[in-house]
Design a binder for this molecule. Structure first.
Ligand code: GDP
Ligand code: ZN
Length: 355
């Protein structure tokens, strides 16, 4: 989201992969060395990673051919073990050998990516997807109710990762009485007024589906949201032949410790693709630093330029323009509460230090 010219914090980790420190074990001896990826011994072919099956990466070339590729060793980056250094959405060069095997030789610079830590305390992480144009956050006001805290944390994380977000409010067919309709309008207005795109939709009535399809055209998008909000149903409507299982996959099963998630790119008929990462609700937990949290709430960040103190935390300071805006209802109470909850986490040290 555009700011008013002041420098905003942003997280761009490992923007380019031209070399890796590779670690692999051979006959119980661990070898660690810097591995330059940028060479091809045989035929060098450019392509896009469209699927990660765990043992193979499927690379699609410009001619549309899909080539299964491998990558050597496991990778160590800045002391963090990465189980899959290459992700769906990465542009790569592969070394295609005469015996028809292929290895990934170079990974192009990424504009962004999302990661997930294998478990809370683990130093191991997974890159789930790279080069996203859009993150679609699917939310529902009933059945289940998505909390504003979840929405705001997701949005803040997307801001930190520099990924544009669209909020799709699904299951609006269930909002029939006046109160629920009023709530729908209020939520849609709140996020639209901050600057987010909002689509009100239902996979049952088909409302909003065309609008969503248009928003996704020619983009690489990630569909996120809590279990049960209708992500699989949406993909089934938008991607002919996807036939994902609806309402049966248990999220608990997919998000347990040390599970590996395999992503896949699903092409959209009008161009563009949705990246499907089963069981993944959103971005990995980000380790926010207290001072940067306000940067990821666009309306708070905007207002903060008028605070008396430069290092204002917007919690108690005299002359705080944010506190004033909250009491005047120019900043929503729910958004401010989410801001405070993230600040609290970083204060308590509940989340670990940033990488
Ligand atoms: P996911 O867990 O996010 O992939 O959600 P699913 O697509 O599996 O949907 C969960 C449940 O919500 C299923 O029973 C769907 O039939 C239902 N569902 C999905 N979209 C809608 C909708 O727009 N309206 C209603 N009423 N139910 C929906
Ligand atoms: Zn302030």
């Amino acid at each position: 989201m555009k700011s008013d010219g002041r420098e905003r914090a942003a997280r761009v980790l490992f923007p380019s992969y031209d070399s890796f420190t590779v670690q692999y074990s051979l006959k119980n001896v661990t070898h660690v060395y810097l591995y330059k990826l940028s060479f091809c011994n045989f035929a060098c072919v450019k392509g896009l990673i469209v699927k990660n099956t765990g043992s193979w990466y499927i690379v699609r070339t410009a001619s549309g051919e899909e080539i299964p590729c491998k990558i050597k060793g496991t990778f160590r980056l800045k002391g963090f073990r990465c189980t899959n250094p290459v992700a769906v959405g990465d542009h790569v060069e592969i070394d295609r050998r005469p015996d028809n095997t292929a290895f990934i030789a170079k990974i192009d610079e990424r504009k962004n990516y999302i990661i997930r830590r294998a478990s809370n305390l683990s130093k191991e992480f997974q890159i789930l997807a790279a080069n996203l144009d859009l993150a679609v956050l699917v939310v529902t006001l009933v059945n289940p109710e998505t909390s504003t805290t979840f929405i705001d944390r997701f949005l803040a994380t997307a801001e930190a990762y520099n990924v544009d977000t669209l909020i799709a409010i699904n299951k609006i067919d269930l909002l029939v009485d006046d109160d629920s309709r009023a709530l729908l309008e209020a939520v849609a207005y709140l996020y639209a007024s901050i600057g987010y795109d909002v689509i009100k939709m239902s996979t049952v009535t088909g409302e909003g589906l065309q609008e969503l399809a248009r928003a996704l055209t020619s983009k690489m998008s990630l569909l996120s949201g809590n279990s049960g909000v209708g992500k699989s149903s949406i993909i089934n409507k938008l991607v002919p032949g996807a036939r994902l299982r609806v309402g049966t996959i248990s999220d608990v099963h997919h998000t347990g410790m040390h599970t590996t998630t395999f992503s896949e790119m699903l092409d959209l008929p009008a161009g563009g693709a949705i990246i499907d990462t089963p069981g993944v609700k959103g971005f990995g937990t980000i380790d926010f630093e207290k001072g940067e949290v306000a940067h990821y709430f666009p309306e708070i960040f905007k207002m903060s330029s008028q605070c008396r103190y430069n290092n204002c935390t917007h919690t108690h300071e005299p002359g705080c323009a944010v506190l004033e805006a909250v009491s005047d209802h120019r900043i929503a109470q729910s958004r401010y509460a989410s801001y405070l909850s993230i600040i609290d986490d970083s204060t308590e040290g509940k989340y670990r230090k940033p990488y």
